[in-house]
Design a protein around this ligand. Structure first.
Ligand code: GRG
Length: 277
């Protein structure tokens, strides 16, 4: 996959060290690459080249991987398995895993800043990455999620909007910025990301209950940690219907853009909608 080669090349630019090994371990052990693939698909829909999209695809996967490493730590979900392999702190140690996450988060911005696109667009894309990952974005969602309380469905939706939706909105918004589309169009992609993000998270809950940890490639920590998941709050059948309804809403919104070839991104969303891991 193009994104794998790009990430490997980017990692090879760093000095060899234990933290480098830990960063590369989690980055290269085989995630689904949904965020980079979404970014390439939307970018192609706007007629953008892979070369223009690469730095942002890499940055997104680095931020996503950092969040998984930190989420798995004993202070958070305390998970042993991620992407079918031992979690970063299990493979290395806790301090190294914290540093690997820090290293990936910061290197994401170095990578994005290396983009050769128009400076004004690059700054706006970096701002999107920072906002979506930061204390009013994914970090806020994680903060709500670690509260020791039972959440209502409304609260769970808010958590998913930030924790999952923000990092799925960024790959939809960034190509629109690079294609110099209007603020209104970028905002519309942002909402689509939230809709698909909620669908994706519900699907994660469904798969979490249906598959063993080995089949799913990650520990089923939500029930161990007594999380209020969509399954607990809605029941499995309603959760599946809600998930399909949200994916369909997202796809319908994508079809409404003018001057955008939606074929690749819709095919990708269909693939995600029917995923089994
Ligand atoms: C530590 C700041 C901080 C945030 C953590 C990502 C995250 C927030 C928590 C992980 C747990 C979780 C269920 C997050 C929701 C998003 C999600 C379903 C992540 C898994 O994404 P996939 O399925 O993973 O794309 P792969 O491994 O395929 O890349």
């Amino acid at each position: 996959m193009r994104i794998d080669d790009c990430l490997k090349q980017e990692m090879d630019k760093l000095t060899p060290s234990r933290v480098h090994d830990a960063m590369e371990y989690s980055l290269m052990i085989g995630g689904k690459r949904i965020r980079p693939n979404l970014l390439y698909a939307v970018g192609h829909g706007y007629g953008l080249s892979d070369e223009v999209l690469d730095p942002f695809a890499e940055a997104l996967e680095m931020i996503h991987t950092y969040s998984l490493i930190h989420d798995d730590l004993p202070a958070m979900d305390n998970d042993d398995l991620r992407r079918g392999q031992p979690t970063n702190h299990r493979k290395f140690d806790e301090a190294t895993a914290i540093l690997a996450g820090d290293g990936l988060l910061t290197y994401a911005f170095t990578t994005a800043a290396r983009s050769g696109a128009k400076a004004e667009s690059v700054i706006r894309c970096i701002r999107i990455l920072a906002d979506m990952a930061g204390a009013d974005g994914m970090v806020y969602g994680q903060c709500l999620d670690i509260e020791e309380k039972e959440h209502t469905w409304e609260e769970v939706k808010t958590i998913h909007r930030y924790k999952t939706g923000c990092l799925l909105s960024a790959p939809l918004m960034i190509p629109a910025v690079l294609a110099e589309r209007s603020e209104e169009e970028v905002a519309k992609w942002n909402e689509i990301g939230f809709t698909i993000g909620l669908a994706f998270q519900i699907q994660d809950d469904v798969l979490d209950t249906q598959l063993s940890a080995e089949e799913f490639g990650k520990s089923n920590s939500d029930s161990r940690n007594h999380k209020s998941t969509s399954i607990v709050l809605l029941g499995e059948d309603n959760a599946v219907s809600k998930m399909n309804e949200l994916y369909d809403l997202g796809k319908e919104a994508i079809r409404s853009f003018k001057g955008f070839d939606e074929e690749e991104v819709l095919a990708l969303i269909d693939q995600v909608q029917t995923r089994r891991k």
